[in-house]
Design a protein around this ligand. Structure first.
Ligand SMILES: NC(=O)c1ccc[n+]([C@@H]2O[C@H](COP(=O)([O-])OP(=O)(O)OC[C@H]3O[C@@H](n4cnc5c(N)ncnc54)[C@H](OP(=O)(O)O)[C@@H]3O)[C@@H](O)[C@H]2O)c1
Length: 315
C-alpha cells in the first residue's frame, strides 16, 4: 500500500484554523492532524516524532504546517523544527500564521501589478516599471500579522514602509522595530491615533495597505481627500463596511471614483486579494505535498507564487 500523505499542523493557539485544515485537504493531504497549544519548546519533540517513524521514503509524504497568530513566533517555530531534523529524516515545513504570509504576499503582489498598470495609465515611457522600489507605503492596522508581513515584503521590494497603529506612534514604532529586526528590514512607525496624525501620514503615501481588523472602516472618503499623491489603495477586509471607502471587495485595480489625488487612484478589494491568496496557499501546499526533496515555505516563497499567479492572469 502507498503511504498516505500526512500533514502535522502545529499551532500555539487554542484551535487550529478550519480554513487551513480545508486547504490542506483540498491540496491532497489525506491525514491531517492538528496539535494545539504548542509552545516553542514542544516543537523539537513533535518534529522528531514526525520524522522518525516513516523512514527516508515516507518523509517525502509527510509535512509540518505552522499556524497561530504571531508571525515572529511562527518564524521561531519554523527554525526550531528545521534545527530538530537531520538527513535523511527531513520533512517539509510551511508556515502561514493566521494566513498572514499568503494574504500579505497576495496583497503586495496585487499592488505591484496595479502599480505597473498605474504607470501605464500615466504614460511613463520606461517599459521597465519600478514596482514598489522607492514608493512610500502606509500600512493601516500595521501591528497585526497581515500588516506586519505585508510591510516586510514591501520593504524587501524596496519600499519605504510605515506601519501605523491606532494606539499611537510608540506602539507603531515598537511593532515596526521588532518586526523589522526579526526579518532583516527597516520599517518605520506611524501614528493613526487621531485623524490629524492619520491624515499627515496619508499626505506622503504612494500606496496604502489597509490591514486592520475585519469589519472596520479605516479610511473614509474625507480621509482620502488628504492622500494627494496616492496611486494604489488595497484593502484586505472582506467584512462590511469596506476598509477603504470607495474600494469594493471585488475591485481589481479599479479607479476609485471621485478621489482627490491629481492622478487616478487604483483600488484593490479584499476578494480580489483573497482569490490570489487562495491560489497561493493552495499551490504552496500542493508543492509541499508533491516535492521529492523537503521544502521550507514561508512568506518569501508565498510572494514568488503570488507573483506567478498574477503573471499568468496578466492580459
Ligand atoms: N482577503 C483575505 O484573503 C484575507 C485573509 C486573511 C485575513 N484577512 C483580513 O485581513 C485583516 C488583517 O488580519 P489580521 O489577522 O492581521 O488582523 P487583526 O490582528 O485582527 O487586526 C490588525 C490590527 O487592526 C487594528 N485594529 C483592531 N481593531 C480595530 C478597530 N476597531 N479599528 C481600527 N483598527 C483596529 C489593530 O491594530 P492597532 O490596535 O495597533 O491599531 C490590530 O493589530 C482582517 O481584516 C482580516 O479579516 C483577509
Amino acid at each position: 500500500m502507498e503511504r498516505p500523505y500526512i500533514l502535522h499542523m502545529f499551532t500555539p493557539s487554542r484551535q487550529m484554523s478550519p480554513f487551513d485544515v480545508n486547504m490542506a485537504a483540498d491540496a491532497g493531504y489525506q491525514i491531517i492532524v492538528p496539535y494545539t497549544d504548542v509552545s516553542i519548546d514542544d516543537v523539537k519533540g513533535l518534529t522528531q516524532d514526525t520524522i522518525f517513524s516513516r523512514g527516508p521514503k515516507g518523509v517525502a509524504r509527510t509535512g509540518i504546517f505552522i499556524g497561530g497568530r504571531d508571525t515572529t513566533l511562527a518564524a521561531d517555530m519554523t527554525e526550531r523544527a528545521l534545527a530538530s531534523m537531520f538527513k535523511p529524516f527531513v520533512v517539509s515545513v510551511m508556515a502561514d500564521p493566521s494566513g498572514a504570509h499568503t494574504t500579505a504576499a497576495a496583497m503586495v503582489a496585487c499592488v505591484e501589478a496595479a502599480l505597473k498598470r498605474h504607470h501605464g495609465h500615466h504614460g511613463h515611457h520606461s517599459h521597465h516599471t519600478r514596482g514598489l522600489a522607492g514608493q512610500r507605503v502606509l500600512v493601516l492596522g500595521g501591528t497585526g500579522p497581515v500588516g506586519r508581513i505585508a510591510g516586510v515584503i514591501a520593504a524587501q521590494a524596496g519600499a519605504d514602509v510605515h506601519l501605523s497603529s491606532r494606539q499611537g506612534a510608540d506602539v507603531a514604532q515598537s511593532a515596526a522595530t521588532a518586526t523589522g529586526q526579526r526579518f532583516g528590514v527597516t520599517l518605520h512607525g506611524a501614528s493613526a491615533g487621531d485623524p490629524a496624525a492619520l491624515r499627515a501620514s496619508l499626505a506622503d503615501a504612494d500606496v496604502v495597505l489597509a490591514c486592520a481588523a475585519a469589519g472596520v472602516q479605516v479610511l473614509s472618503a474625507a480621509d482620502l481627500a488628504f492622500a494627494t499623491r496616492l496611486k494604489v489603495a488595497a484593502d484586505v477586509n472582506a467584512v462590511p463596511p469596506e476598509g477603504i471607502a470607495g474600494v469594493g471587495v471585488t475591485d481589481d485595480a479599479k479607479p476609485i471614483a471621485g478621489s482627490a489625488a491629481a492622478r487616478t487612484v487604483l483600488g484593490i478589494g479584499a476578494l480580489a486579494i483573497g482569490n490570489v491568496k487562495y491560489q497561493t496557499q493552495h499551490r504552496l501546499l500542493v508543492q509541499m505535498r508533491q516535492a521529492e526533496r523537503a521544502q521550507v515555505l514561508s512568506f518569501a516563497e508565498a510572494v514568488a507564487v503570488a507573483r506567478a499567479v498574477l503573471a499568468e492572469a496578466a492580459p
